[in-house]
Design a protein around this ligand. Structure first.
Ligand code: ZN
Ligand code: ZN
Length: 357
């Protein structure tokens, strides 16, 4: 079944399984999946808990695979690789990899053919339409895993790397699409000094450090009176932190919205300069209230970010190799996945929740 060196793999594994909205995840004993051609088996070291997991858990994202193992911020070791099918890399076993949200694309649809595989109509997503990382082992397509250096971003622990796999990566794609990546389009990023981050959770706390190392001024917008979130943002280098409805002391060149709240859109539009851009980074957001055209006038741009491409992943891994970041994580044993989801929902901690199998 495998044509490369295979390490010892048990017959069964523990996984926290989702059977449908409104039901808590259940600990189950399942067979460890065998790698089919083109696939790898990954022994999971850590898996982050993302807000998207909560949206699937709550039934806000339609048609998940059922039953399902959630989790798409997986850090682990490749322990077996199936027969090579295409041009997938040969991954030595063991080697450290990340399994991100984008699990598979068709490579033939118009989106795939023009470099927008994140918009592939047949795309499969980890922890949503394929099994993810709330388990001891996971199966992944070898072409979509991200080989990780060790240390990465100055981090040696898998638990600290896990939030980079979605919170970090989606934040980075938002940053790229706002024209802020210095190498992407130097013309566009000239003068883009003032960056606003709306919602200072897992994504923003990573991106703030990255933007600071790119010499940008970060303005953090949080819930009114959330003094501890403001202090957290300042500690990570934000030059200003305040309530979301407030205008920043300087007009923003770009604003990235990570909180799933549509009412932030008009507020962010009001805070950006003429010609500025507002990017919605979340997969799910409440309705955007009506707003006067004046807020969009003067060539302001409003756009969303959907999923990620493999290119985002490879560029992000590379960028962080030279940019140390700290991730603030709260770890939970795998069996406490329900508690982790609940505490994420209630904002019980700063940064990100991570499950350890
Ligand atoms: Zn496609
Ligand atoms: Zn995510």
């Amino acid at each position: 079944m495998t044509d490369s060196n295979t390490l010892y793999i048990p017959d069964t594994m523990r996984a926290m399984v989702f059977h449908g909205p409104g039901q808590p995840l259940r600990m189950e004993e399942l067979p460890v999946p065998a790698p089919q051609p083109g696939q790898v088996v990954v022994k999971i070291l850590a898996c982050g808990v993302c807000r998207t997991d909560l949206h699937v858990f709550d039934g806000e994202l339609p048609h998940p695979k059922l039953p399902l193992i959630l989790g798409h911020e997986v850090v682990g070791m490749v322990v077996a690789q199936g027969k090579r099918l295409h041009d997938e890399p040969i991954l030595t076993t063991p080697s450290l990899v990340g399994i991100p949200w984008l699990a598979w694309t068709c490579n033939t649809c118009p989106a795939c053919l023009c470099g927008q595989e994140n918009l592939c109509v047949k795309a499969r997503f980890t922890g949503y339409t394929t099994n993810g990382g709330f388990a001891e082992f996971a199966l992944a397509d070898a072409r979509y895993v991200l080989p990780l250096p060790q240390p990465w971003a100055g981090l040696t622990e898998a638990a600290n790397m896990a939030p980079l796999l979605c919170a970090g990566l989606i934040g980075y794609r938002s940053y790229r699409l706002a024209g802020l990546e210095l190498t992407a389009d130097p013309q566009r990023s000239l003068g883009a000094e003032h960056l606003g981050l709306y919602g200072f959770g897992a994504a923003a706390h990573i991106l703030a450090q990255l933007a600071k190392s790119d010499r940008r001024n970060v303005y953090a917008f949080v819930r009114p009176r959330d003094e501890s979130a403001m202090a957290f943002a300042r500690a990570l280098g934000a030059v200003w932190a305040g309530p979301s409805h407030q205008l920043p002391p300087h007009p923003l060149d770009a604003a990235l919205i990570f909180a799933p709240s549509g009412e932030l859109v008009p507020m962010a539009l009001a805070a950006v300069r003429h010609g500025g851009i507002v990017v919605c980074g979340g997969i799910h957001m409440s309705d955007i209230p009506g707003f006067p055209y004046e807020l969009l006038w003067h060539e302001k741009t409003l756009r969303s970010v959907a999923n990620l491409t493999r290119e985002d992943g490879f560029l992000f891994v590379k960028k962080l190799q030279h940019t140390p970041v700290q991730t603030s994580v709260r770890t939970y044993p795998l069996a406490q996945a329900n508690q982790a989801l609940d505490e994420l929902r209630h904002g019980a901690f700063h940064g990100a929740a991570v499950l350890l199998p």
